[in-house]
Design a protein around this ligand. Structure first.
Ligand code: THU
Length: 127
């Protein structure tokens, strides 16, 4: 759990850099890889609205570009809402890089909540 507190703090830090001038909905995420490294991401939007990239996929991309393709946990934070769960697209992207399963860490009333990705994305698709 101590690890997850740190992971959530990194997600909070990342949310402060969210580029979300169209939705004003800030999101930060931080993935923990199987080797123990952490990678942050934030959402970044575009004047062509459909091109918005979620914080989770930004964080996964940061891990990938550093050669890390195995993810154990992800913390997700938004100052706009409790329990900022990943959208459907991000669930599928996280699923691609799961290490058995992934702990999805959110915050509810200031407390960490842990949900398994397999619960959020049952009967998932993979090739
Ligand atoms: N967003 C995320 O970053 N992660 C999610 O899982 C849900 C949505 C972002 C996308 C967009 O910039 C803003 O939140 C509002 O949808």
């Amino acid at each position: 759990m101590a690890d997850y507190n740190n992971l959530m703090n990194l997600a909070k830090e990342a949310s402060t850099n969210a580029y979300c001038k169209y939705s004003n909905f800030k999101v930060g995420a931080c993935v923990l890889t199987s080797s123990g490294q952490t990678f942050k991401g934030c959402n970044f939007e575009n004047s062509s609205y459909g091109l918005a990239i979620c914080a989770e996929r930004c964080a996964v991309g940061a891990a990938i570009v550093n050669g890390e393709t195995s993810i154990r946990a992800v913390a997700i934070y938004s100052p706009n809402t409790d329990n900022c769960y990943p959208c459907g697209a991000c669930r599928q992207v996280l699923n691609e890089f799961k290490d058995g399963d992934i702990d999805v860490i959110t915050e509810e009333n200031g407390e960490l909540k842990i949900t398994k990705l397999s619960y959020l994305l049952p009967e998932s698709f993979s090739l």
